[in-house]
Design a protein around this ligand. Structure first.
Ligand SMILES: Cc1cc2nc3c(=O)[nH]c(=O)nc-3n(C[C@H](O)[C@H](O)[C@H](O)COP(=O)(O)OP(=O)(O)OC[C@H]3O[C@@H](n4cnc5c(N)ncnc54)[C@H](O)[C@@H]3O)c2cc1C
Length: 548
């Protein structure tokens, strides 16, 4: 094939992803020097279209970045008023009182927000400062310089033929070069994954761990709505099958965020995270809340859970990884947005200093030092043993021991040192023959919904004629290996019903309905054969979330 000719544009800093990390970096760079050329590229059709969090926002990141955010009209309108934590059984619940909880678990001073709307507002702030933001532009490739450094990205490739070749309607995109490239793609970023592998950035660290988070927005009966109330649950229906739990956040306008997280290190390949979520809503406490209401949106996204000990090295020549491309979620708090913002700010400050000193395309080691030893590192270090304890000992012992460890860490020490995570989530999956299939009740269409109906509430869309962005390294593995060994779990772990095994005359066949994909990245993480690679589809495709 002839060499592809692309135009190139030069910037000081090229930022991939308009989430809280990328937008914070852009804002901070322009605050430091209005003359810097900064571009942000976002694959969603608009900023916020692919943003999915809970979200209870700890405003410490925003306070550091834009101290007058209130005067500037940031959409943080619902302060947390009430914090509840329950352990659920099938028919009832036990409330865990707030007093034994370590102070870091307290949500006082936090806000229930739509992170999609917060990002939309941050994009306005960035544009006012002169940042160029291009939504609908997927960054599909990295561009390397002569010395192996990351020099830029390729963005805006449209209209490829279904086999990936160039056709009459193909637009080859352009190269955007920067003195530094920031990858703020969020969890399991596809370019970040390439950089981590190329420069061996995970070496000497624990494997990254993940959960799958699913979320619905409900409009409920105003009589039941309690603005500012935050509820978390654990226990039923997951029981001992997997770690995880739920969140229920009452925002404004009689809306409630109802979400469910399943840790992806579960062993039983018959487990069906989406159906666990649907079943959870039938718990009497939850069903009573939702009765008479309606679900108005649905979405899903993986969440990083490895924490402090899993953060890879986050800089390589010319490139820095930000936010959840590194994995900065404080797992017991289910919060990562504040750290994403702080990491964007820290990366911007390191790049500004470097550019001022006449440097470019090298490693921003000051950024890494700030993350590990500054506010982010301190936040994550205190809770580093919670997830490994849960994985090793299950819910109840880890509640007690994790609580104790968080308390002692708050005082500056740990009785446990730093525990490891062990296997990757893919490797944690055991053979189907070792586990019993799980019988899930059929969704009732009122409180629980079948997967494809719910996916229509994610408003996801992919141009059908383009190549499938879920690439199988070996197309035979799903039927020849995964089906006999693991009952092909892709049929269940995908929260959007992308993967099916259909039986026809020729026997079982693996079907990939990539049009349904909501860009959660679970397949890339959990496939036990590590045979699926998620790459960016063309810009503008994917979910179109409202106020997620
Ligand atoms: C269900 C759930 C609940 C959560 N609840 C909370 C909570 O209550 N509070 C909290 O603080 N945190 C919460 N989190 C964690 C929080 O969402 C993350 O920590 C945060 O989103 C990380 O921000 P980020 O900027 O690194 O990435 P993201 O917010 O994921 O943003 C990345 C952006 O980059 C874009 N992008 C990715 N790849 C490309 C590419 N190649 N080209 C162009 N654009 C690209 C994406 O479309 C996206 O817009 C939750 C997460 C989940 C999944």
């Amino acid at each position: 094939m002839a060499e592809i000719e692309r135009e190139a544009m030069e910037y000081d800093v090229v930022i991939v992803g308009a989430g809280p990390a990328g937008l914070s970096a852009a804002i901070r760079l322009k605050q430091l020097d209005a003359d810097l050329n900064v571009v942000v590229l976002e694959k969603g059709s608009e900023v916020g279209a692919h943003i999915l969090s809970g979200a209870v926002l700890d405003p410490c990141g925003l306070d550091a970045l834009i101290p007058d955010w209130k005067e500037k009209g940031a959409p943080l309108n619902v302060p947390v008023k009430e914090d509840n934590f329950y352990v659920l059984g099938e028919a009832g619940q036990i409330r865990v009182p707030n007093w034994p909880m370590p102070p870091l678990m307290n949500n006082h001073g936090n806000y229930i927000v739509s992170m999609a709307n917060v990002c939309r507002w941050m994009a306005e702030q960035a544009e006012e400062l002169g940042v160029e933001i291009f939504p609908g532009m997927s960054c599909s490739e990295l561009v390397y310089g002569d010395n192996g450094e990351v020099k830029g990205v390729v963005a805006g490739v449209f209209g490829l033929e279904a086999d990936g070749s160039y056709g009459p309607n193909t637009e080859p995109g352009m190269e955007l070069h920067g003195k530094y490239v920031f990858l703020s793609e969020g969890v399991r970023g596809s370019l970040a994954k390439e950089v981590i592998a190329k420069y061996d950035l995970q070496k000497g660290k624990e494997p990254q761990k993940f959960g799958i988070g699913m979320k619905e927005i409900w409009e409920i009966d105003p009589a039941k709505h309690r603005e500012g109330t935050v509820t978390h649950t654990m226990g039923w229906p997951l029981g001992g099958n997997a770690g995880g739990g739920s969140f229920i956040y009452h925002l404004d306008n009689n809306q409630v965020y109802v979400g469910f997280v399943v840790h992806l290190n579960y062993k039983n390949p018959h487990l069906f995270p989406y159906m666990e979520f649907q079943q959870f809503k039938h718990h009497p406490m939850v069903a009573e809340l939702l009765k008479g209401g309606k679900r108005v949106a649905y979405g899903a996204r993986a969440i990083t859970e490895g924490g402090y000990q899993s953060m890879p090295k986050m800089v390589a020549p010319g490139v820095a990884l930000l936010g959840c491309s590194v994995g900065m979620v404080n797992v017991p708090r289910i919060k990562g947005n504040h750290n994403a913002m702080l990491s964007g700010k820290a990366a911007a400050e390191a790049a500004y200093d470097a550019i001022q000193a006449g440097r470019q395309s090298d490693e921003l080691s000051d950024y890494e030092t700030e993350v590990r030893t500054g506010a982010i590192g301190k936040d994550l270090k205190k809770v580093r043993n919670v997830k490994p304890m849960w994985s090793k000992w299950g819910l109840v012992p880890s509640l007690a021991l994790g609580g104790l460890d968080m308390w002692t860490n708050t005082l500056g020490f740990s009785l446990f040192g730093t525990l490891g995570h062990g296997k990757t989530d893919a490797a944690a999956t055991e053979e189907a023959s070792k586990h019993k299939p799980i019988d899930y009740p059929k969704p009732d269409g009122t409180i629980s919904f079948d997967r494809l109906t719910n996916v229509s509430f994610a408003a996801t869309n992919h141009e059908e004629s383009q190549p499938c962005h879920l690439r199988l390294s070996d197309p035979d593995v799903p039927v020849k290996v995964n089906l006999p060994k693991y009952a092909e779990p892709a049929q269940r772990y995908c929260p959007a019903g992308v993967y099916e095994v259909v039986e026809d005359d020729g026997g079982p066949r693996f079907v990939v309905n990539f049009q349904n994909c909501v860009h959660c990245k679970t397949c890339d993480i959990k496939d036990p054969s590590q045979n699926i690679t998620w790459v960016t589809p063309q810009g503008g495709d994917g979910p179109n979330y409202p106020n997620m």
